[in-house]
Design a protein around this ligand. Structure first.
Ligand SMILES: *Cc1c(COP(=O)(O)O)cnc(C)c1O
Length: 397
């Protein structure tokens, strides 16, 4: 049997007639930047996840930056997260000259280990600790599996920390029956091209707090206060007041138009990914070289990513050789993530060694993210299954 002839990309957005229609409508309306479509997308998104406020911005990075700004993070403050994430999660902490404190992951879920989180916070809060003041926790719902939020909230409450969820992978994720979006002080979503809902580039800040929502909104557009503008009459529509040096993080109506169309089919896209995940899990059940994703009971996995772990002791190749062989069979894959503490910046700034976070490091060496997106047909899924099986068998010890 030969492998497929056309390369299967690792990720592709599902753009259909409804997206084109909605974007065309915006382009022809005469209003293409932040306006009525953004308002609508915010309202519909808030209703979907059950959040009080949703503030649309141009990335999840911007969303997390604004959340930390709203809680007035100070230089030298500490923010707890894991190294097993994308650059954005920790760089936003560095924007404030604050310090990201890494906590190792649970090797089954790749999410922050709540036990280790508690130990780390406890140590930092001891009187003798000179490190700085812990202010916030940023849990990351890796692949779309929720973190153990009850345990995280318990730690946050005990030590007076604010929880900002990095929910870049977590739409639509449920924790104990509730959608991620209204469980913590802030929840930040990403609408980057490869995410489960896309606006090309984009993000959303969800919060239940009126004051924080207002602050994020003002700071997302140059610190310009609309309240001041509202106090003036219609003739003064040019009037505005700058209340702080803000940022240029607003979402455009063109992006929001995409978001509106994508949100309408969010459940359908989730269903599609779920079916692919189930087929992979079933197909690899008897393949000893491959460990399928662990899924907690009582959760809804968003299946943004399907991450397999190779049992390297059973293989004559490493992860990189495995993905190269998949590529030779026209299957695109990726690796999520290169732990942050392995990158030059974090190594140099904080002197980290690979084994400082050994679960993150060991998992990293074994993982491959397989293609999982709506738009993949039966044959695509079959081709991935066959290529992985073939590669495992070929390299079997
Ligand atoms: C994609 C991603 C982000 C960043 O999202 P942007 O919208 O590109 O800023 C943050 N965290 C994680 C875990 C991500 O995967």
């Amino acid at each position: 049997m030969s492998s497929r002839t056309k390369f299967l990309p690792f990720a592709l957005p599902l753009i259909e007639a409804e997206e084109l229609q909605e974007v065309q409508d915006t382009l022809q309306s005469g209003w293409i930047t932040t306006g009525p479509k953004v308002k609508r997308f915010e309202a519909e998104f808030a209703a979907y996840v059950g959040a009080k406020h949703a503030v649309a911005v141009n990335s999840c990075t911007a969303a997390m930056h604004l959340a930390l700004e709203a809680i007035k993070l100070q230089p030298g403050d500490l923010v707890l997260t894991t190294p097993y994430t994308f650059a954005a999660t920790a760089e936003v902490v560095r924007y404030f000259h604050a310090k990201p404190v890494f906590v190792d992951i649970d090797p089954e879920t790749f999410n922050i280990d709540p036990q280790k989180l508690e130990e780390t916070v406890e140590k930092l809060c001891r009187k003798s600790s000179r490190e700085g003041i812990p202010k916030a926790i940023i849990p990351v719902h890796i692949a779309g599996q929720p973190c153990e939020m009850d345990a995280i909230h318990a730690v946050a409450q005990r030590y007076n920390l604010i929880v900002i969820e990095d929910a870049a992978h977590a739409l639509p994720t449920k924790y104990k029956g509730r959608l991620i979006g209204a469980l913590s002080s802030f929840t930040c979503f990403s609408f980057y091209a490869t995410k489960t809902l896309t606006t090309g580039e984009g993000g959303m800040i969800c919060t239940e707090n009126d004051e924080w929502a207002g602050r994020c909104r003002v700071m997302s557009l140059h610190g310009i206060s609309k309240d001041a503008w509202k106090r003036h009459t219609a003739e003064d529509s040019w009037y505005y007041e700058i209340i702080a040096p803000g940022y240029k993080y607003n979402m455009t109506d063109i992006a929001a138009a995409l978001g509106i169309a994508q949100l309408r089919k969010c459940d359908r896209m989730w269903q599609w990914r779920t079916e692919i995940a189930q087929r992979y899990t079933k197909a690899y059940a008897d393949l000893p070289e491959v460990e399928v994703p662990y899924v907690h009971a009582d959760v809804q996995h968003a299946w943004h990513l399907y991450i397999i772990r190779l049992n390297l002791e059973r293989l004559r190749c490493d992860r990189t050789q495995f993905t190269e062989q998949l590529k030779a069979q026209n299957i695109g894959t990726s690796v999520h993530f290169i732990p942050l503490h392995l990158h030059p910046y974090y190594r140099q700034e904080y002197g980290y060694q690979p084994h400082d976070f050994s679960s993150a490091y060991n998992i990293y060496k074994r993982v491959i993210s397989l293609p999982i997106y709506p738009g993949m047909c039966n044959q695509d899924v079959e081709d991935v299954i066959r290529a992985v099986r073939r590669t495992a068998e070929k390299n079997r010890r």
